[in-house]
Design a protein around this ligand. Structure first.
Ligand SMILES: [Zn+2]
Length: 249
């Protein structure tokens, strides 16, 4: 039986209309026995932790950059407390989004505040970067986040040099359903060339996948590209995720 970890799945997404437990049951049946739900809005944090009552479900509370306007002293205090919850395995998803949300100045301020909470609590980070890669990399380098707490650049689709730089900085790359696209070129190359220790899997359901089993298809594709069996791809990516989230063991 496979043992896979979905490092990024929005089981609490409004689009699922409360069907999160059905999705979870399907995931468990496919060997996806551990899952991380990233935070998006501050108002959703309570819901994340309700879902962590289920076996194998963990939370990464945080504020998505598109909702950076929701940041406040109260949100900072709440997040600091949630970071101490034993079901918290990371702070996420945090970052910079050059397409959605408020101006990048505010986004960066909120990102830095959340990175500080991650550093204070010793938790890794789940990063969201869209059309602001250079600036996000600069902040990560400046604060030595990769070396201190590490994390995952989620939904990676960038170039091989950026992937290699992230791995050098101490981050892992969240490989998701983009890999399954016929048109995908850069991501398959990164999956082939990167150190095996940098690869973790995600569905980013419901945005990037409708079914949790998409994770198995992604693992299969990683296996093909690396010349591994599906079991090896599962073992390597699960070990990589566990090295980042020791609280899951
Ligand atoms: Zn996400």
């Amino acid at each position: 039986m496979l043992s896979l970890i979905d490092s990024h799945i929005h089981l609490d997404a409004p689009e699922l209309e409360g069907q999160g437990s059905t999705v979870l049951a399907a995931a468990h049946r496919s060997g996806i026995d551990r899952l991380v739900i990233p935070g998006v809005r501050a108002s959703g944090w309570d819901g994340l932790f309700k879902l962590t009552a289920n076996q194998g479900v963990f939370a990464a509370p945080g504020l998505h950059p598109a909702y950076a306007e929701q940041w406040s002293d109260a949100a900072a205090a709440a997040l600091g407390l949630l970071a101490q919850n034993p079901r918290s395995v990371a702070i996420g998803e945090i970052g910079l989004d050059g397409v959605c949300g408020p101006d990048l100045g505010l986004q960066e301020k909120v990102l830095r505040a959340q990175l500080q909470i991650a550093l204070d609590s010793g938790l890794p980070v789940l990063l969201h970067g869209r059309k602001a890669t250079g600036r996000l990399l600069e902040v990560l380098r400046e604060l030595a986040i990769g070396r201190q707490v590490g994390g995952i650049w989620h939904g990676f689709s960038g170039s091989l040099p950026v992937a290699q730089e992230l791995a050098r900085l101490g981050f892992k790359l969240g490989v998701g359903p983009i890999l399954l696209r016929e048109s995908a070129r850069k991501l398959p190359q990164a999956v082939v060339e990167l150190p095996a220790a940098a690869l973790v899997l995600e569905t980013d359901l419901p945005d990037m996948a409708a079914e949790p089993q998409a994770l198995v298809a992604v693992a299969q594709k990683v296996a093909e590209l690396r010349g591994w069996t599906l079991e090896e791809a599962a073992r390597v990516t699960t070990e990589n995720a566990l090295s980042l989230f020791p609280g899951m063991e």
